[in-house]
Each structure stands twice: as structure tokens, then as C-alpha cells.
Write a protein that binds this ligand. Structure first.
Ligand code: SF4
Ligand code: SF4
Length: 102
């Protein structure tokens, strides 16, 4: 087994303020009322270089994802969170960029 060389996630939830969180077909379990559909063919620049997005998660005025419980700093749909969130690894360049920006 590979040693875990990444720094531990401090559960700051800052990545949940770093949208847009783009959705693909696999994210079918996201409740419709929390999704903003994207016009067909639109491309949004993002660090994960995913494409063929169907939509994005809504954000609150303070920038947080609507699926974030701001008191506990936990994801309310953790098991069904978007692929983009599943690919966002603690200690990754994207994580460090989010942490550096604060
Ligand atoms: S879906 Fe969950 S993990 Fe993804 S940004 Fe929203 S609260 Fe965070
Ligand atoms: S993945 Fe990074 S930004 Fe997200 S909660 Fe963990 S330490 Fe914070």
C-alpha cells in the first residue's frame, strides 16, 4: 500500500466556497432545485479540465455551495456529491491554491 504523503484535510470547507462546481451526467442524484443548467456547449475554465458539463450547483451570496452545512462545515450530500468534488483531493494543487487564497 502506498504511503499517504498528502497533508491531512483540515476540514476547513474552503473548497466548498471555491465554485463553480460543475456537474456531469454521472451527478444525476443532485436535487434539481439546487442546479443551474448551463447552455449547451458552454465551456468553463476550471482546474480539473473536465468538459461536457450539464450544469452547476447553486451558490449562496457568500459564495458557499448550497449543499454545504455552514455550521458543521460538512457536505449535506456527501455520498452523492458531484464528481468534481470527489476528485478534489486534500493537499492537491487545487486544495493548496484555495488555502493560499485565504
Ligand atoms: S457538493 Fe458538497 S463537497 Fe461539493 S462543494 Fe458542495 S458542499 Fe462541498
Ligand atoms: S480539501 Fe483542502 S480546502 Fe477542502 S476542506 Fe480539505 S483542506 Fe480545506
Amino acid at each position: 500500500m502506498m504511503p499517504d504523503i498528502l497533508p491531512p484535510c483540515n476540514e476547513c470547507a474552503k473548497c466548498c466556497f471555491a465554485g463553480p462546481w460543475l456537474l456531469k451526467g454521472i451527478d444525476i442524484n443532485i436535487p434539481e432545485e439546487y442546479v443551474i443548467e448551463l447552455p449547451e456547449g458552454i465551456q468553463i475554465n476550471n482546474p480539473l479540465k473536465l468538459n461536457n458539463y450539464l450544469g452547476r450547483l447553486k451558490q449562496r451570496e457568500n459564495g458557499s455551495c448550497v449543499m454545504l452545512d455552514e455550521d458543521s462545515k460538512t457536505c449535506t450530500i456527501y455520498d452523492n456529491r458531484p464528481l468534481a468534488c470527489k476528485l478534489f483531493h486534500r493537499g492537491s494543487p487545487s486544495c493548496l491554491e484555495v488555502l493560499d487564497g485565504n
